[in-house]
Design a protein around this ligand. Structure first.
Ligand code: SUG
Length: 448
């Protein structure tokens, strides 16, 4: 049976703004308070989805969330009508209003960890929503994420959904941003590679000194257990704490993998040799030939990687067996990175082509091409069981582009977040979106 890697991209929400909310994420911090353009952000994301679809890749779309999250503000003690809740928060605790307005659910690489059916004990595709426990503005995403994923992958014969892990730092889980899967073919059993930043309970693992390590070993192990993965199909590795301190807040800022290939920076991991040997041995037992491409620090520094998002690229397998790298425009703007990419594609290796996308609106908050997509490997039967409303087609692209044009503002500043009209605009847009994507009622305003 044929199988595919389907990329589900997060649609940028109508409140996209630069709140400076993510300590440890250099772009989020340095662009704090800048004016944003939600319309442009959403159209940039849609353009990437359309381009991949037109190149023949399977492409889907994941809906944004209701923002401002009035229910979250009520949980923090603000009361009255929705407009009063927003007004009080703006007057008394602006940072909380900003957090409740973040469109951060667009970075769906953090929505969940997904294990394909070929890897799991019960032969279903498993999803665990990420608790995103490290940042308040992201910790409020998982209840809606679970409902949206449930509406997209509803057939319980093929899909199993797990609630987010306990909401404490010891189980900090950032989803697929720290998870990669290696395989010979998407439909065959593979090796799932979990990268953690620290251990919650075992003091032998070093931790970063400056910035938080968002993913714990214990969270990754819990996800592997929930998904019914076998020990032979899992490899754990620790991220180098010193790169976290340089702004590598997720592993997908310093490494990307797909098929049998890991593309990574020399400084990305601890105990790299041991890790590579384990990946090679375990993939070998599954009939695959693990290959790694190490980018030397002498050619591209960690700082270059953080600024250009070279590794936050999408590594895609083409029909002829070669690979394509989808990178953000910022890679072209960095001389060393661009030179490296030229030499990579002309060296006769596996990665033959680089395609550049303008995702500046998302990039300014630390979200590149790979952050914007959640990968779900599916066989033909499973793909047919996915809610067809969320699979990208040329007519769906046109509808969504028009929908953005009709509902999104082209300028948003912090002071606009206090405007109760923004909440109404957002709800009107999302109500229409759930009909376009055939999701049913998934948002708090539609349920309560
Ligand atoms: O969690 N930025 C996101 C970026 C997530 C990128 N995802 C991956 N690397 N997979 C984060 O730090 C910034 C929001 C703001 O500051 O307004 C933010 O949440």
């Amino acid at each position: 049976m044929k199988s595919y890697e389907v990329n589900f991209d997060g649609l940028v929400g109508p409140t996209h703004n630069y709140g400076g909310l993510s300590y440890g994420n250099v772009a989020s911090q340095s662009n704090s308070q800048q004016g944003s353009n939600p319309k442009e952000a959403a159209l940039q994301g849609l353009a990437k989805m359309k381009a991949l679809m037109e190149m023949g890749f399977q492409q889907g779309v994941l809906a944004p969330q209701e923002r401002p999250d009035v229910a979250a503000l009520r949980n923090l003690g603000f009361a009255g009508t929705d407009a009063q809740v927003i007004q009080q928060a703006a007057q008394q605790a602006m940072p909380l209003l900003v957090a409740s307005c973040s469109a951060s659910s667009m970075w769906v690489a953090n929505a969940a960890t997904v294990s394909p059916s070929a890897d799991t004990a019960d032969g279903r595709v498993h999803f665990t929503a990420a608790n995103l426990n490290c940042k308040y503005h992201r910790s409020i995403e998982h209840p809606t994420t679970s409902r949206v994923l449930g509406a997209m992958f509803a057939d319980q014969k093929h899909f199993a959904h797990h609630a987010a892990l306990p909401a404490v730092a010891q189980f900090g889980d950032e989803g697929a941003a720290n998870h990669t899967r290696f395989c010979r073919d998407y439909g065959e059993a593979g090796v799932e590679f979990f990268v953690f930043g620290r251990s919650a309970f075992d003091t032998r693992y070093p931790a970063p000194q400056k910035y938080p390590a968002r993913q714990t070993l214990e969270a990754s192990q819990a996800v592997a257990r929930l998904h019914g993965l076998s020990d032979e199909g899992v490899v754990y590795a620790q991220q180098n704490p010193s790169v976290i301190d340089q702004g590598v807040f997720h592993n997908d800022v310093i490494a990307v993998g797909n098929g049998e290939v890991l593309f990574y920076h020399e400084d990305a991991f601890l105990e790299t040799e041991r890790m590579l040997a384990e990946l090679q041995a375990k993939l070998g037992k599954r009939g695959g030939r693990f290959q790694s491409i190490c980018v030397p620090r002498a050619q591209v520094t960690v700082d270059d990687a953080v600024r250009s998002y070279l590794f936050n690229s999408q590594l895609l397998s083409r029909a002829d067996g070669s690979m394509l790298l989808i990178v953000p425009e910022e890679c072209r703007g960095n001389e060393r990175v661009w030179q490296y990419l030229q030499s990579l594609t002309s060296s006769g290796g596996l990665i033959r082509e680089v395609k550049v996308f303008d995702l500046k609106q998302s990039m300014q908050n630390g979200g590149g091409p790979a952050c914007l997509r959640l990968r779900v490997a599916l066989n033909e039967t499973e793909l047919a069981a996915v809610n067809p409303g969320v699979i990208m087609t040329a007519p769906l692209y046109d509808t969504l582009a028009q929908w953005v044009g009709k509902h999104y503002r082209d300028r948003l500043r912090e002071s606009d977040l206090a405007d109760p009209q923004l909440l109404l605009e957002c709800r009107t847009a999302l109500d229409e979106l759930t009909q376009i994507l055939k999701l049913g009622a998934v948002y708090p305003f539609q349920i309560n």
